[in-house]
Design a protein around this ligand. Structure first.
Ligand code: DX5
Ligand code: ZN
Length: 232
């Protein structure tokens, strides 16, 4: 397992490859790989979400282009069948949607048994109480702050309170579960999500949609730090 030590209070920006130029993947990844430890990969099947992105074949190519941890966000209807293919492709984090399976505990166990870190994603409408009996199986919780399926959507303001509630639940549990926020993160919303308690912020269009992704990443880091410095 690739090592990753998270220092509490230091928000990590995870660029989402979805918004990158796929005609020059090597170059796109090369622009940001030295500046952040995690790369976010959005897998969409055209069924769980109304869009199709890419699959394990592309992830295994990405694996050869960077030593970053690959954070694979599965937006698919049948996550059980994709655990092994994405393990083989080189995923470090494998994140399944709670809404996509009635057997989350079993899948999280399968993910961990292969040596990957296990995560659950929640769409905006799913209450955080759904995680109550899963906390000891989780390395990461991904809160969607847009409806999943597309990059470039606007952050849903009602999600800020959900981040706070989940932050408190994780802290009360005494576990070191990473809290990741995904959707509509830019220099305006990054400080809001960081202040509410996010550890990891996914950013697609705000990184790869900019002319200079490395500079955009730096600006997001600074913006998130502003949020961290604000005492709630
Ligand atoms: C949306 C994906 C996100 C997406 C974020 O369904 O899960 O990871 O890439 O894109 P932005 O940052 O543009 O909202
Ligand atoms: Zn995502």
């Amino acid at each position: 397992m690739r090592s990753f030590t998270y220092r509490r209070g230091e928000t990590v920006i995870c660029p989402s490859l979805l918004s990158a130029d796929f005609s020059k993947l090597d170059q796109s990844i090369g622009q940001i790989k030295a500046d952040t430890p995690i790369l976010h990969l959005d897998i969409m099947d055209g069924h769980f979400v109304p869009n199709i992105s890419f699959g394990p074949g592309i992830v295994s190519i990405v694996r050869t282009l960077t030593d970053q941890l690959l954070d694979v966000h599965l937006m698919v209807s049948d996550p059980a069948r994709w655990i092994e293919p994405f393990y083989k492709a080189g995923a470090d984090f494998l994140v399944i949607h709670l809404e996509a399976t009635p057997h989350a505990e079993r899948l999280l166990t399968d993910i961990r048994e292969r040596g990957m870190r296990a995560g659950i994603a929640l769409t905006p409408q799913t209450p955080v109480s759904m995680l109550d009996y899963l906390m000891d199986k989780l390395d990461l919780i991904l809160l969607m702050t847009v409806n999943p399926g597309f990059g470039g959507q606007s952050y849903l303001p009602a999600m800020t309170e959900k981040i706070r509630v989940l932050r408190d639940r994780i802290d009360d549990s005494g576990r070191s579960i990473l809290l990741q926020v995904d959707g509509g993160i830019d220099v305006r919303t990054a400080p809001i999500a960081a202040q509410a308690g996010a550890d990891l912020l996914v950013a697609g269009s705000a990184v790869f949609g900019e002319d200079d992704p490395a500079a955009a990443l730096e600006q997001l880091k600074m913006a998130a730090r502003l949020g961290q410095d604000v005492t709630p």
